[in-house]
Design a protein around this ligand. Structure first.
Ligand SMILES: CC(C)(COP(=O)(O)OP(=O)(O)OC[C@H]1O[C@@H](n2cnc3c(N)ncnc32)[C@H](O)[C@@H]1OP(=O)(O)O)[C@@H](O)C(=O)NCCC(=O)NCCS
Length: 184
């Protein structure tokens, strides 16, 4: 099978492009209701997974006006265990947004922290971005802990900022500047 391009490596993870081998594990965790609880999607189907993976296999990061999804795979087996998103807005591509998801089986071991640290290095050092932001549902304690453990600052509480499962939901906006990340 063709090797998927690699964007970063950590002790336990390869952060790489999505490939066809990711279809089933991606579908399985995205369709899990505990994973979608604080996300906009519901009833994620295998066809949704196929469309998503095929699009991401042919995409490249840092294209203004698009989302790129990095696959997080175990370094030893290359098994997909999660993903991290990078949104590069059209109107201000120097400020980017991230998102992240981990398969429930692999939660509680620091994998997202490890993957996001490498991704922030890639975003600030390789892509040279000015600021990274992230939004989280105010009820999503695990996500809040991930963002604060990375040193991201809560910059806002946005009332009824997105529609989830038929209800308007509050979000926190978190952020970190390139100048803050590169001090470490
Ligand atoms: C948000 C989400 C990725 C967090 O996953 P997670 O496994 O809690 O996060 P990490 O991989 O960084 O692991 C951190 C946990 O592992 C523990 N841990 C165990 N071994 C560790 C290690 N070697 N290194 C670091 N942390 C370790 C930490 O103590 C921490 O637990 P705590 O939060 O109870 O203190 C996950 O809950 C998820 O995918 N949720 C659904 C999608 C979602 O809501 N995404 C957020 C959108 S904004």
């Amino acid at each position: 099978m063709k090797k998927s391009p690699l964007y970063a490596v950590t002790d336990r993870l390869n952060i790489r492009q999505f490939g066809l081998q990711d279809m089933l594990p991606f579908y399985e965790y995205r369709a899990n209701p505990t994973v979608s609880q604080f996300q906009s999607w519901e009833n994620f189907s295998y066809e949704d997974a196929e469309l998503f993976v095929e699009k991401q296999m042919n995409h490249i990061p840092n294209q203004p006006g698009t989302w790129f999804q990095f696959a997080l795979a175990l370094a030893d087996s290359d098994l997909l265990i999660g993903d991290c998103a990078l949104h590069t807005p059209l109107n201000e591509p120097r400020i980017v947004e991230i998102g992240f998801t981990l398969s429930p089986e692999y939660q509680g071991h620091g994998y997202i922290h490890e993957g996001l640290k490498a991704l922030l290095d890639y975003i600030f050092r390789t892509l040279g971005k000015h600021k990274v932001i992230a939004f989280t549902d105010v009820r999503n304690d695990k996500s809040i802990r991930v963002l604060e453990r990375l040193g991201m600052r809560r910059e806002g509480h946005l009332l009824q900022n997105y529609m989830s499962k038929g209800h308007w939901v509050d979000e926190y906006q978190y952020a970190i500047l390139q100048s803050e990340w590169l001090i470490d």
